[in-house]
Each structure stands twice: as C-alpha cells, then as structure tokens.
Design a binder for this molecule. Structure first.
Ligand code: MF3
Ligand code: CO
Length: 281
C-alpha cells in the first residue's frame, strides 16, 4: 500500500497564475528550439532560457534547486535527463538534444521539456522523438478522459504512456524518474510513473496540476547517474528522448499550461472550454 499522498488542489484563479508561468516556459523553449543549430553550445541555450525567463519577471526555478547550477537541463544523445549545460558541449549535426526548463512566476511554477534534432538527424531519431511526444500526449489525454468520467485514477496516465510506447515498437521506458505534481512548488506529490497498471492511486480531479514527462530510449531502459551527481545516461549508450508538459485538470477538461495553444491541436475538445482568466498578463 502506497503512502497517503497530499495533493495540492488549485483554484481556477491559481491555475490562471500557473498558465502565466507556463507561457514563460513555452516562450523560452520556443526560443531555444529556434537556436538549436550545429555549433551552438548548451551554455548558449542556457543563457537564452535565463534571459527569457528573467525578462518576463519570472525566476528560473532550476537554478539553485538542490544546488543545480543552471536554468535548463540539456541532455544530448545518450544523456537522458538532468545534464548540466556547458560552453564545452557544442552541438553537432545529427545530435539529439532534450531541453528541460522551468520558471516560477508570482509563486507558481511551470515545467516543460522538448527534444529536438540538431540539423539533419537520422529517421530513427526523428521517430524516437515522435514516440516520446505521442506517449506524453496519450498520458495527458488519459488524464482528461479519466477526470471527465469521474472514475479516472493516477496510474491510468502511466498505463496510457506505456501502451503508447509499446504500440510504437521496441523502446525502453526509463524507470525511477517520472512526472510529478506541480504548483506552488516545482516538485509535489504525486509521483507519476511512466509505466504500470491502470486504476491505481488517487482519483483524478479538478484542481490537480501534473507534469507529464516520459523518458524513452532506443535501446534498453537502464540508466545510471554520472559522478557529477546530476547527469543521467543510458547504460547501453543508446539515444534517449525526454518531453514534458505541465497540465491542469479543470472542471470540463484539461489545460496544457506549457503549450501555447493549451493543447488544443493535439487534444481537441479534451481541452477545457472554460480557461480560467489569466489576470494581470
Ligand atoms: N524538470 C525536471 C524534472 O521535473 C527538474 C529538473 S531538476 C533540476 O524532472 F535540478 F535540474 F533543476
Ligand atoms: Co518535471
């Protein structure tokens, strides 16, 4: 029996504030996506993130988090998550980079990640990115359906992610890392596994906000942490992709707070028709 988790339920106004933080993250990631070309260093990307976040009056939430030294995690090729940007890490044609970014605005958090190819990348790498993205959106859609039916539980999300990946072929689903509650702190309960049986854990209900973040490998799922205490790599050296969105459950659907369109293009009418007002924007 899992321990009883304490989940912070947000009011519509608070979800509106989280949307403002989410849009700052979305903007930072869009700028970094556009800047990913051969010759750019991961430290260059980190600078773009910090400048964008601070110009919006927000705070890069990763910086100083348990001593983390940067505003993004920039994980290249066999690096899975939490790799620290460096001026010595210069992107090359054919690389795959996952960029994870978080911002805090007026006390509320947004957290999202993208995986991008550098220049021309192999078709297998492009497919890996799509598998990770499809898995994330399947998880978000499962949350929307589960909340709407009133019968959904947390691990329905995990099961949807796993099913999506399995359907795509032989990919590794990284364990030990996963999604999480988010709101007045970046990491809150509950932990969201990226695999597992459905129908377990707390009921999905309006006011919950979750970061959904599958980590998928082209090979085996086993990972290890490097001596820097942060960087997570695949043990078999296979390439990994990591994508993430922050989403909130509203009365009539979900709202993907770190997607510019709120998730509409991927989710259609699973997205709320009644977005809480974004005040003071
Ligand atoms: N977005 C990451 C996650 O939720 C958090 C990065 S932790 C940091 O997994 F310390 F690197 F910032
Ligand atoms: Co996260």
């Amino acid at each position: 029996m899992a321990h009883q988790v304490e989940i912070e339920l947000k009011t519509p106004e608070q979800i509106g504030l989280m949307r403002r933080a989410g849009l700052v993250v979305a903007d930072a990631l869009a700028r970094m996506r556009a800047a990913v070309v051969p010759g750019v260093s991961t430290a260059d990307l980190d600078r773009i993130a910090e400048e964008t976040i601070r110009a919006a009056g927000a705070i890069p939430s990763f910086k100083g988090y348990h001593g983390y030294p940067a505003s993004i995690c920039s994980s290249v090729n066999d690096q899975v998550v939490h790799a620290i940007p460096s001026p010595r890490q210069v992107l090359r044609e054919g690389d795959l980079i996952s960029i994870d970014c978080g911002a805090e605005l007026d006390g509320w958090h947004g957290d999202a990640a993208i995986t991008v190819g550098v220049g021309e990348v192999h078709a297998d790498q492009r497919r890996l990115i799509r598998v990770a993205e499809d898995a994330m959106w399947s998880g978000i859609a499962a949350a929307a359906r589960g909340a709407r039916s009133g019968k959904g539980r947390l691990t329905d999300i995990s099961f949807a992610i796993q099913s999506s990946v399995r359907k795509a072929g032989r990919y590794g689903i990284v364990e030990g890392y996963g999604g999480h509650g988010i709101g007045s702190a970046m990491h809150q309960d509950p932990f969201v596994e990226n695999k597992g049986r459905p129908g377990k854990g707390p009921m999905l209900r309006p006011g919950m906000a979750l970061a959904i973040e599958p980590m998928i490998t082209r090979g085996r799922p086993k990972v290890a942490e490097l001596d820097d205490g942060w960087t997570v790599v695949t043990v078999d050296g296979s390439v990994a992709a990591h994508v993430e969105h922050t989403m909130a459950i509203c009365d009539d659907g979900v709202w993907v707070l770190t997607a510019e369109d709120g998730g509409r293009s991927r989710l259609g009418d699973l997205v709320t028709a009644r977005e809480p007002a974004v005040s003071g924007a």
